[in-house]
Design a protein around this ligand. Structure first.
Ligand code: FEO
Ligand code: CA
Ligand code: CA
Length: 671
């Protein structure tokens, strides 16, 4: 999600509200201990850097400090030729009404806001939009996307790259670009009428759409496809795990606390080895309003999740469940990871409370050597934490049904990034350490409803907005996207968050035992961490860190989502580079090992105002799907006078968030 003005003057990142009251772990002696002499001499990472062993490794594989950039070049050159395994000619940075991809590739628009998904969906007409139409059409602001090959199970055999089920999150509404006459900023949300609020609700959730590559090589949605589905803010869901039925989840519509309507602010996500979707509820706080936020019995808990009396959306004026004064427990029913089966359009989505309640950004997995499954998830707000969930039992590859409730039983951990290069995983288990009745946790349900406070008490490391965390299929290292944190002060710098006023963010690697050639054990209680890259412009932005051959267009700002191709190369999508660095958001690729490690190169650049999200390759790497979210969400841009009309460029249509497919001209793997 991009910049939002929540203060009437001070523009703030929407995930950047910051509700952690005690972002501790100042620089102090730990940094001195951690700084190698060589690093200190170079001013590595702006004053805080890698530990001795890590620093040696870093310095031998990447240029740890800003190096003089190579001579400027135009699109068509291949920076780092002979160093990077990536062959595409790099793009130039641009800010334009249209998007662009590296030469030799082409962009197809697959699904746009308003495209029909379900039978009976009318053709998109933004001036005649209704909630009924929107509930059958592709929703707004696509984010996480995933591709589930057809027939089911083909992914395991490395095929199924021409036909599948696309699953797409719809994170939020850019109200001022959806409706005419509501102004040109996010405050438009407060000006909607009841009918518009219902349209917003139906534009949330997910779309599940069968897609197929036609004979001409172009991707198209399958009209009437039997997997097609819309999930909205109204779709009935089940609650499971230790917080199911908890008194704080009970409402007048659901006195048992086990059945919730809808899923909200689904940002990134993930999948399971048994082929289900995990969709992550991020900024759920925006949907609630009411004085109770400041006066009610749960006000401290609300505050820790940045739930305010004004809210952001106006839904609470029209539907009682979004009004805290009438339903003070409703927010406790959001902020979870939701699992559903994309191959069964009738399946009831399940809120898996064992994975904790926070602003979940992504939920990607790795399988431990003993078959237990480990899910990584970031809490995307400044000074929040990195989590992982480890299932109690191994998954069963032979019997899909046996895995149905695997996510209800396991242990949630939060990360402490130590100065000596270790990651310690601290269990969030009721009765252990400070997580006791004396601290207000009557049971595991309380620990999960107030995951953030539990993690505070354990001494987790406050991070620079942890977003997507994904595991490299080749090396087994996990990559943590840390978007930025302009509020971190010198005193709050920590080794894994080494820059004060971190405008451009960075990417950390979590290296579990057995990574880099062995059998990575993501379930282990400890791992190591390293800095992979640090954003910003080399030579200009303090502490920017890439491979020394990174070009003047290869540097990036605000890493948000990532994906890996089957060769283990990382593809990083950005969110917020326009505000932070004056360039449109894009998709950058780099080797993660070998001579080209950390040599990022610009592959795709989004239209103005948009972020890039949800990168996902087909199993054979010949198609890369991307979400282009909130095109035209620029200052002063409105439905009536948008900054772009991408992707249709028709005078009668506003910009439309869309899923695109990028393929190589003439075929072959992308990149
Ligand atoms: Fe919705 Fe954290 O990006
Ligand atoms: Ca984001
Ligand atoms: Ca995101």
């Amino acid at each position: 999600m991009a910049a939002e003005d929540t203060s009437g003057g001070d523009p703030e990142e929407v995930e950047d509200i910051g509700s952690n009251p005690d972002p501790r772990r100042p620089i102090g002696a730990v940094i001195a201990q951690r700084l190698g002499r060589r690093a200190a001499l170079r001013g590595l990472l702006g004053g805080a850097g890698a530990a001795t062993g890590l620093a040696e490794r870093l310095l031998s594989s990447t240029a740890a400090v800003a190096q003089p950039a190579p001579a400027p070049h135009s699109s068509g050159n291949a920076p780092g030729a002979g160093i990077s395994t990536l062959r595409f000619p790099e793009l130039r940075h641009q800010s334009a009404e249209g998007d662009a991809v590296a030469e030799g590739h082409e962009i197809q628009t697959v699904l746009r806001w308003g495209d029909p998904v379900l039978p009976g969906a009318p053709a998109f007409d933004p001036l005649k939009q209704t909630a009924e139409a929107q509930a059958r059409q592709f929703g707004y602001n696509c984010d996480y996307l995933d591709f589930f090959p057809l027939p089911q199970g083909e992914r395991d055999r490395g095929r199924g790259s021409d036909h599948g089920v696309l699953v797409v999150n719809h994170e939020y509404a850019t109200t001022q670009l959806m409706f005419p006459g509501l102004g040109d900023d996010r405050r438009a949300r407060g000006r909607v009428d009841a009918a518009q609020a219902r349209i917003e609700m139906m534009a949330h959730g997910l779309s599940v759409v069968e897609v197929k590559r036609e004979d001409d090589g172009r991707w198209a949605p399958v009209r009437g496809g039997r997997f097609n589905r819309r999930i909205t803010a109204d779709t009935p869901m089940r609650v499971s795990g230790p917080a199911a039925g908890h008194p704080r989840l009970r409402t007048s519509a659901d006195p048992e606390g086990v059945r919730v309507l809808g899923t909200l602010n689904n940002c990134a996500g993930g999948n399971t080895p048994w082929g289900t979707v995990l969709t992550a509820e991020e900024n759920f706080n925006f949907y609630f309003l009411g004085e109770t936020a400041e006066t009610g019995a749960q006000r401290e808990a609300y505050k820790r999740y940045a739930i305010t009396k004004a809210g952001s959306y106006a839904w609470g004026r029209f539907e009682p469940r979004f009004d805290l004064d009438r339903e003070p427990n409703e927010p406790n029913r959001f902020g979870w990871v939701v699992e559903f089966d994309p191959y069964n359009p009738d399946s009831v989505p399940v809120k898996r409370t064992a994975l904790g309640r926070f602003k979940h950004e992504g939920c990607n997995h790795a399988v431990a050597p003993d078959g237990r499954v480990v899910f990584y998830s970031g809490d995307d707000e400044r000074f929040e934490y990195v989590y992982k969930f480890v299932t109690a039992r191994p998954w069963n590859p032979q019997d899909r049904a046996a895995n149905r409730d695997l996510l209800d039983d396991g242990t949630l951990f939060v990360a402490r990034f130590e100065a000596d290069g270790r990651v310690q995983w601290l269990p969030l288990v009721h009765g252990q350490g400070p997580l006791t009745a004396a601290n207000g946790f009557a049971g595991q349900g309380d620990v999960l409803v107030e995951t953030r406070r539990a993690a505070d008490l354990l001494g987790a490391t406050p991070m620079d907005r942890p977003e997507d965390i994904e595991v490299n299929p080749v090396s087994g290292r996990a990559y943590v996207m840390l978007t930025n944190n302009v509020r971190r002060t010198e005193a709050q710098v920590s080794p894994a968050n080494p820059r004060p006023r971190n405008v451009h963010g960075h990417v950390l690697e979590i290296v579990p035992p057995g990574a880099d050639g062995g059998a990575p054990d993501h379930a282990a209680a400890e791992a190591r961490w390293e800095v992979f890259i640090a954003g910003g412009k080399p030579g200009v932005d303090h502490g920017a860190q890439y491979h020394r051959a990174t070009s003047e267009f290869g540097w990036l700002s605000c890493p948000d989502n990532c994906a890996f191709d089957s060769r283990g190369r990382i593809w990083i999508a950005t969110d917020g580079a326009d505000d932070a660095a004056g360039v449109s958001d894009g998709l950058y690729a780099a080797d993660t090992a070998g001579r080209g490690r950390g040599l990022t190169r610009l592959f795709y650049q989004a239209p103005t105002g948009a972020e890039v999200a949800g990168p996902r390759f087909t199993p054979d790497d010949t198609t890369l799907f991307l979400s282009v979210q909130h095109p035209g969400e620029d200052d002063g841009s409105s439905f009536d006078r948008p900054s772009t009309r991408w992707p249709d460029f028709r005078p009668d249509l506003p910009p439309r968030p869309s899923v695109i497919a990028i393929t190589r001209r003439g075929g072959g793997p992308v990149g």
